[in-house]
Design a protein around this ligand. Structure first.
Ligand code: GLV
Ligand code: MN
Ligand code: MN
Length: 417
């Protein structure tokens, strides 16, 4: 099979997709169901159609582009990622896995390859938690990890419901129909930038993901007492922000003490009410993102954080309430896919290694319903979730090439016709 990746075309498409952003370049901000997300989806759908691939979307906007195999009743091989981007992001996170998969399929088509199993490219809705507070919304629902009833309750910061927003974006139908049965995909493989520094540091072109860390998230609300910044004396205060500050430091220290080197905690949002220079904050809302490669150890840290909330609340006379958004198990990737990718790299002389993904991905949830794995490519300085995120056209093309050959092998795996 003569597989040739059209590196220039793929880069042009990545650059074009980056122009669909609600903030000016080099920033990419593309929140799910925003006008930028809708325009980007329209562009990607056109690219799928131009490649002669059948496209359908489900009730929350997960999009499936299927290249029909010669033995189409067999379970398909899935690939793909997301195109939504957090505020102030770059152009490669997720996008490389969608457009790279499309170029991989086009390269297979150009080579004359005919898959036995169908190959399906997925564009998952809202991998990022920006709008609804929960990551991997589309893949969570596809895998049955988030129930339609729970999804039906999701609201954004403006109190707009998922139902209202998906309908406005043109995605309707019962949420009950989003879930896919185990066996729908024979294999799932996602191409993604590493979002960390290891591949670049070690001079390697490909990372093969063996496991994906377990993420958990909490919403924390602290209620104290507001008042005049000049007249309320320090011993009389029940300042919600100083309680939040103490909690933040407690979380940092508990994560370092109770967790291990792979345990990480981030408070990424902190909203103060009323948010005036000369007013004591009466309410604070925080988000906690806590992750570990080891699920039970992550849960132990979570428990100690909850205890710290009770202790700080009692001592400071404030009320602290927590809502667990998610606490997901880690994923163990398919040894068969890991081995296939490794064989391909070896045969092509591509330097590679196996690794853990500390970021979460849609593959975390696809692994609940199918054997799944991921192919990582390096990114400069390990930067991600920032505008200067960068992988070179050559690095992306190598990823797409390895993905193409992986898809070809998996599409003919166990298929006789
Ligand atoms: C995904 O975007 C993550 O935060 O790991
Ligand atoms: Mn991301
Ligand atoms: Mn991503």
């Amino acid at each position: 099979m003569n597989l040739q990746i059209d590196q220039q075309r793929l880069q042009n498409e990545i650059d074009k997709l980056a122009s669909f952003s609600s903030e000016p370049a080099p920033v990419v901000t593309r929140v799910v169901f925003s006008p930028a997300d809708q325009e980007a989806r329209g562009y990607v759908n056109k690219l799928f159609e131009n490649a002669g691939i059948e496209v359908r979307s489900d009730a929350i906007g997960n999009t499936f582009a299927r290249w029909i195999g010669s033995n189409s009743e067999l379970a398909a091989v899935g690939t793909g990622s997301h195109i939504d981007a957090i505020p102030n992001a770059g152009r490669y996170d997720g996008v490389v896995g969608v457009l790279g998969a499309l170029e991989a399929v086009r390269a297979l088509q150009r080579s004359g390859f005919q898959p036995k199993r169908s190959i399906e490219i997925l564009l998952f809705t809202a991998e990022e938690p920006t709008r609804f507070g929960i990551g991997c919304l589309g893949s969570r629902m596809l895998s049955g990890t988030l129930t339609p009833a729970a999804a039906g309750k999701l609201r954004d910061a403006d109190e707009r419901s998922l139902d209202e927003l998906r309908t406005e974006a043109g995605f309707s139908g019962p949420l009950e129909e989003v879930g896919l049965p185990r066996g729908y995909y024979a294999h799932f493989v996602e191409l993604h930038i590493e979002q960390g520094p290891l591949l670049e540091r070690e001079g390697l072109a490909i990372g093969i993901v063996q496991s994906i860390a377990a993420p958990a998230a909490l919403n924390i609300s602290i209620e104290g007492e507001g008042g005049h910044a000049g007249t309320v004396l320090m011993p009389d205060r029940r300042d919600a922000f100083t309680a939040a500050a103490e909690l933040a430091l407690a979380i940092e220290s508990l994560t370092c003490k109770t967790g291990g080197i792979n345990t990480v905690a981030t408070i990424g949002k902190c909203d103060l009410f009323p948010g005036a220079v000369n007013s004591i904050p009466s309410r604070v809302k925080l988000t906690l993102d806590l992750r570990d490669t080891d699920g039970p150890r992550r849960d132990a840290v979570l428990q100690s954080v909850l205890q710290a909330c009770s202790e700080i609340a009692a001592r400071r006379g404030v009320k602290i309430e927590t809502e667990q958004v998610n606490a997901d198990a880690p994923a163990h990737c398919s040894p068969k896919i890991v081995e296939t990718v490794s064989e391909i790299c070896q045969a092509r002389g591509i330097p590679h290694r196996t690794m853990v993904s500390r970021a979460y991905h849609d593959s975390l949830f696809l692994s609940r319903i199918a054997p799944a794995a991921m192919i990582f490519i390096p990114c400069r300085n390990g930067y991600s979730h920032r505008p200067d995120e960068y992988s070179s056209p050559e690095q992306i093309a190598t990823g797409a090439l390895v993905l193409a050959e992986t898809l070809a092998r998996l599409a003919n795996d166990g298929a006789v016709a």
